[in-house]
Design a protein around this ligand. Structure first.
Ligand code: SF4
Ligand code: SF4
Length: 366
């Protein structure tokens, strides 16, 4: 007779957790032609302890990117994900080479379509009454008001928080054009992974992108970042299969909950968790093996605790952006390293121990 398993609380994900049995740990890195850093990152994904610093698809301030990367590299982040900017890539490459492990993967984020991660704010100067109401809304202090309002385009990463604060509608989000930078970013020897962000989740657009850039992509790991709830499940599956069938290396997903939310509420990562569960369920219901799934959007210091839930054990790791950057933003290098260490440990080790315990006790998700 099988072991009696007590019913578990639902955790409110909105899908039946019974269909999501916890599978045994997969074997370490498969025999793909990985670089040493790619193999290490892939192993972290397979072991579900992956931690990625998201530098911001539109964030182009060099010093801040280098400093934040340095802090998380010292804390053994598996991957640093930055904007497609050759200067930034060179700086982060240098930080990786200077780091103790020298084994993080440098990932570049690129847009497939008008994705919200690729925007910058534009100020309509005639409409601005210099009231200063927008200043406190900005998480990067991109907006200053010395004499007249000024917005640093390097510090702005298009989060949109300032827009609703303006009484005169003087702030507008415009697409951040990176098309001309994509070739340089993909051909840079330090770029070992690429994250393709999509708003429309259109398989044909993805196929065209992958074919166009195939020579530069062939030795890179690819992540697909999207919000599955915006498209039918069938379309989402075809989107993922397009990448799986076109790209020679394995791909993984970054399921986005609340993009650039910068929210430290304990439940902020719940939308990402719920979307990840629905994604996995869609593959299962179609009789397909779900791809490796990570989450982003609303990731904060509480997410590691939410990921201890049996329903969430399949999640391979997190991409942490706004909250990870803000946590170390104004600290000394030593304090920043300590803070980054405390953040990554919760995902890389705390979660790993919980998973081992779960498997040791024959834990299921029922
Ligand atoms: S609040 Fe967001 S969108 Fe507005 S200036 Fe700051 S970073 Fe840019
Ligand atoms: S809130 Fe609007 S009007 Fe006021 S300073 Fe900012 S942009 Fe100008």
């Amino acid at each position: 007779m099988g072991q009696h398993v007590e019913p578990r609380p639902s955790f409110g994900y909105g899908v039946r957790a019974m269909s999501l049995p916890l599978t045994p740990l997969p074997k370490p890195a498969p025999p793909f032609p990985f670089s040493a850093a790619q193999a290490r990152m892939w192993e972290a994904l397979l072991q579900r302890r992956f931690f990625k610093l998201i530098g911001g698809g539109s964030f182009t301030q060099a010093d801040k990117t280098a400093a934040v990367s340095r802090a998380y590299l010292s804390a053994s982040a598996d991957c640093i994900d930055i904007a497609p900017d050759a200067t930034l890539i060179g700086l982060v490459q240098q930080e990786i080479e200077n780091s103790q492990s020298r084994s993080a993967v440098l990932m570049v984020s690129v847009p497939l379509d008008p994705d919200p991660h690729f925007r910058k704010i534009e100020l309509s100067k005639p409409d601005c009454i210099q009231c200063g109401l927008c200043l406190p809304a900005c998480p990067t202090q991109a907006i200053t008001l010395p004499d007249a309002l000024d917005i640093s385009q390097d510090l702005c990463y298009g989060c949109g928080r300032c827009v609703p604060t303006c009484p005169t509608d003087a702030l507008h989000l415009l697409p951040f054009q990176v098309e001309s930078q994509i070739e340089a970013a993909l051909s840079h020897p330090a770029t070992e992974a690429v994250e393709i962000h999509s708003h429309y989740v259109d398989p044909y657009m993805l196929e065209a992108f992958l074919i166009r850039w195939q020579p530069l992509l062939k030795n890179k790991l690819i992540a697909l970042c999207f919000r599955p709830e915006t498209v039918p499940a069938e379309q989402m599956i075809r989107f993922v299969q397009t990448a799986q069938q076109t790209h020679p290396l394995p791909i993984f997903l970054q399921i986005d909950g609340a993009p650039m939310s910068g929210n430290d509420h304990p439940e902020a990562s719940r939308p990402a968790l719920q979307s990840a569960l629905q994604t996995r369920l869609a593959f299962e219901q179609a009789g397909l093996t779900p791809p490796i799934i990570t989450i982003s959007g609303g990731i904060n210091q509480h997410t590691a605790t939410l990921l201890q839930a049996p329903e969430a054990q399949f999640i391979a790791g997190v991409g942490m952006g706004t909250m990870a950057r803000q946590a170390v933003w104004n600290l000394s290098p030593e304090q920043a390293a300590l803070k980054a260490h405390s953040i990554t440990q919760a995902f890389q080790h705390g979660r790993w121990h919980a998973l081992e315990a779960c498997i040791a006790t024959n834990c299921t998700t029922g």
